[in-house]
Design a protein around this ligand. Structure first.
Ligand code: BGC
Length: 739
């Protein structure tokens, strides 16, 4: 009997072998654990094949292992839509006709929704677009903290608060990756300025690093499960971030247990040995050798190409380095391009445009809304029956704001401009005057606009404004050089292109004026007293015009809140209140002297008034907060604490309120900010409706980073919970003791 069983097994084995089944190599067998497949693939690869995985073969791809049928990996910017196809070895567009995408609102706008479910929808939709376009790695989201209002790339990030950024990044990453597309969270780390961006050395305390600049990355890795991370251009504590022993080997890979691949920023690698030893896995480049001059096609000259191969052969860097890098790249490939079960994706669909519009609607922030005549209704929402002639002024009413800004620029299928959006609601009542001119979108300079042209546009706008019933000024920045763009910081915090003077003149001839600010940064508003209604309109993507018109007309009740503070003036900001060594640095170092006091942490603790605080935003309705209560008056570090507060819509229209929870540690061994955001909830309320809003806090919400002990500490003592409608509008407080 036993012999018979054995012979049946033998026959079965022979049959399987003949039919080819038994020959599926382990690395291709998706029923096998991924780690077993990686080990098998590595055992079949030559040293040259392993090294080839560690560097680019074109501007946006790396090779797979052709001899083994392991596929290539294709990457794309990110983070607001899928970039048009580019040429193999040049920055020019490939001029395909099938690559016009959906532009989603910029990430600052996403942060302004304070909605984790919208962040999930964003990730799902952009992940589907990446998948459809056969991209395996999406170069985004960006989660660098908004340190100063001058950073040219703030619009690509999630604001000034590490807790808000952490909460918002996780669903984005998870949903992108459900498509079998890796999120590549960037730029790791402490990448907060464009001035001298390739080399500036950020000097900061461990405490600022862990409390402010790392949490969003940590959340993306540990909670979001990000499969890749992009190293930043700058240096951090003396070493380039793309090969940084502390950031990549110790913190990211060892402490956080990151098992994905570290991809360099384009041209961010500077040294083969450091790249071999200090945590980089894939070198990408802007030009031929990761440096800055384009000559012939020489991807083999990259730091992690032939020079690395040579060092490995000579024994000057250990073989284990290439095995680890190749293993991480294979893991990334198996999770993405070789994942046969991933969905197919979809592209520029109506559904994606609806997602883009919903996010845009919830991102818009109402900053000011006063009545022009005492005791009358506020200027917004705009009642179409009240006005015969509505004059729209400003270049941003028609300018395509998905263009420009550097690598996040997008070729879009649809762009509803604010002018079109407003016309679709108010029809023929709308007339238009450009008012000012921002010039062409150039990478490294501003276009000079002739004085005569500037005067002509201004005079025309002022003349028309005199005759209009209502003026809507759509201005702000425009992603040009110096105006919210990669590669350059803003020179100051003022509105460019003569807009301050123009707004002042317009308000003088017509007091019925609404100003909409398109930007990813705060601006000064010297004319604020003269303008009754102000709206923050961000960069809202393909459907921005419809979203804005819906908010201005009252179809949508505004419900976004600011993810960063608007200071009154530049000098009030933490990093700008010192000398230039703190920003932009001396060309070599930039010293983060403001330490953990970034954004509202600085303004609050130093008692500096702001124009608009972090977390601020108005509504067409009003909300009333009750008294907050806690589940217990004293807890241990093992317990959690539930904080509850009733919130009621006391106005006449339905609305959404973003309820914020801040923690204050009354006494601590190390100085702490006056308050820190540790919870938020967006709650939807019908007129008259009241809901209980609850937050659950654990010891993480109470902890600070002790850089002597290198650990997080929740120190026993009294804590105050503050529930607010913004960082400065605290509606109620409640105390408890941590034992
Ligand atoms: C940017 C990255 C971008 C990459 C590829 C770099 O210059 O810093 O954010 O993903 O280019 O375009």
């Amino acid at each position: 009997m036993k012999e018979r069983k054995i012979s049946i097994l033998v026959i079965l084995f022979i049959l399987l072998s003949v039919s080819g089944w038994a020959q599926i190599p382990v690395y291709l067998d998706e029923s096998k654990p991924i780690e077993v497949r990686i080990k098998d693939a590595l055992s079949k690869m030559t040293l040259e094949e392993k090294v080839a995985l560690c560097h680019a073969q074109s501007k946006f791809s790396i090779p797979g292992v052709p001899s083994l049928g392991i596929s290539e990996l294709w990457m794309s910017d990110g983070p607001h839509g899928i970039h048009e196809e580019q040429l193999w070895n040049a920055w020019d567009a490939a001029k395909w006709t099938n690559d016009s995408c959906t532009a989603f609102p910029a990430l600052t706008a996403l942060a302004a929704t304070w909605s984790t479910s919208l962040s999930a929808e964003y990730g799902k939709a952009i992940g589907e677009e990446a998948r459809y376009r056969e991209k395996d790695v999406l170069l985004g989201p960006g989660v660098n903290i908004y340190r100063i209002p001058l950073n040219g790339r703030n619009f690509e990030y999630l604001g000034e608060d590490p807790y808000l950024a952490s909460q918002m990044v996780v669903p984005y990453v998870k949903e992108v990756q459900k498509n079998g597309v890796a999120a590549c969270v960037k730029h790791f780390a402490v990448n907060n300025q464009e001035t001298n961006r390739m080399d500036i050395n950020a000097i900061l305390s461990d405490r600022a690093l862990h409390e402010i600049y790392l949490p969003a990355f940590k959340a993306a890795v540990q909670e979001g499960g990000a499969w890749s991370i992009m190293g930043a251009y700058n240096k951090v504590l003396g070493q380039h971030a793309c090969h940084n022993e502390l950031l990549l080997n110790k913190i990211l890979k060892k402490d956080w247990g990151f098992d994905g691949a570290v991809i360099s920023d384009w041209g961010g690698v500077h040294d083969t040995k450091e790249a071999a030893l200090y945590g980089l896995d894939i070198e990408m480049g802007s030009f031929t050798n990761g440096l800055t001059s384009e000559s012939v096609f020489t991807y083999n000259d990259y730091f992690l190409a032939n020079p690395y191969l040579k060092m490995l052969k000579e024994g000057s860097v250990p073989m284990s380095t290439v095995d680890e890098k190749a293993a991480r790249v294979l893991r990334l490939i198996f999770r993405t391009s070789m994942n046969r079960n991933r969905p197919w994706g979809s592209f520029a669909s109506d559904e994606h445009h609806t997602t883009a519009r919903t996010i845009a609607e919830e991102a818009i922030v109402l900053l000011k809304n006063k009545a022009v005549i005492k005791n009358e209704k506020p200027l917004l929402p705009i009642d179409g029956n009240k006005y015969r002639n509505i004059l729209v002024i400003g270049e941003n009413a028609t300018r395509i704001l998905t263009d420009g800004g550097g690598s996040s620029t997008l070729k879009v299928k649809r762009y509803v401009s604010p002018l079109d959006g407003l016309k679709s609601i108010y029809g023929d009542k709308i007339t238009y005057a450009q008012g000012y001119e921002g010039g062409k979108s150039l990478w490294d300079r501003e276009e000079v606009i002739p004085e005569a042209r500037i005067k002509l546009l201004r005079d025309e706008a002022i003349q028309k404004a005199k005759k209009a019933d209502l003026v809507i000024f759509l201005g702000g920045l425009n992603k040009n050089y110096h105006q919210d763009s990669e590669g350059s910081d803003r020179p100051d915090m003022r509105l460019p292109f003569g807009q301050d003077e123009l707004i002042t003149s317009l308000a003088a001839v017509n007091p019925n004026i609404v100003f909409v600010l398109f930007s990813g940064n705060a601006v000064e508003m010297p004319w604020i007293q003269k303008v009754p209604a102000i709206v923050q309109g961000w960069y809202l993507g393909s459907e921005g015009g419809n979203a804005l018109a819906n908010v201005l007309s009252g179809k949508v009740n505004p419900n976004g809140k600011l993810p960063f503070s608007f200071p009154l003036k530049l000098k009030d900001c933490g990093a700008l209140s010192f000398d230039s060594s703190v920003f932009p640095g001396d060309g070599v170092n930039v010293n983060y002297k403001e330490d953990i006091l970034v954004g509202y942490r600085w303004f609050d603790t130093k008692n500096i008034p702001v124009l608009f605080p972090f977390g601020y935003g108005l509504s067409y309705t009003t909300f009333q907060y009750g008294k907050p209560t806690v589940s217990s008056k004293s807890i241990t570090t093992a317990d959690s604490l539930v904080v509850t507060i009733p919130v009621k819509n006391t106005g006449k229209v339905a609305g959404k309120e973003i309820v914020q929870l801040y923690v204050n540690d009354e006494k601590s061994s190390l100085p702490r900010p006056l308050k820190e955001l540790k919870g938020f909830e967006k709650v939807s309320l019908e007129p008259g409706e009241e809901k209980m809003v609850s937050f659950t806090l654990t010891k993480e919400a109470l902890s600070y980073y002790d850089d002597k002990k290198n650990t997080w500490i929740a120190e026993p003592g009294k804590f105050k919970i503050m529930i607010g409608a913004s960082a400065t509008d605290i509606k109620g407080t409640v105390d408890f003791v941590l034992k």
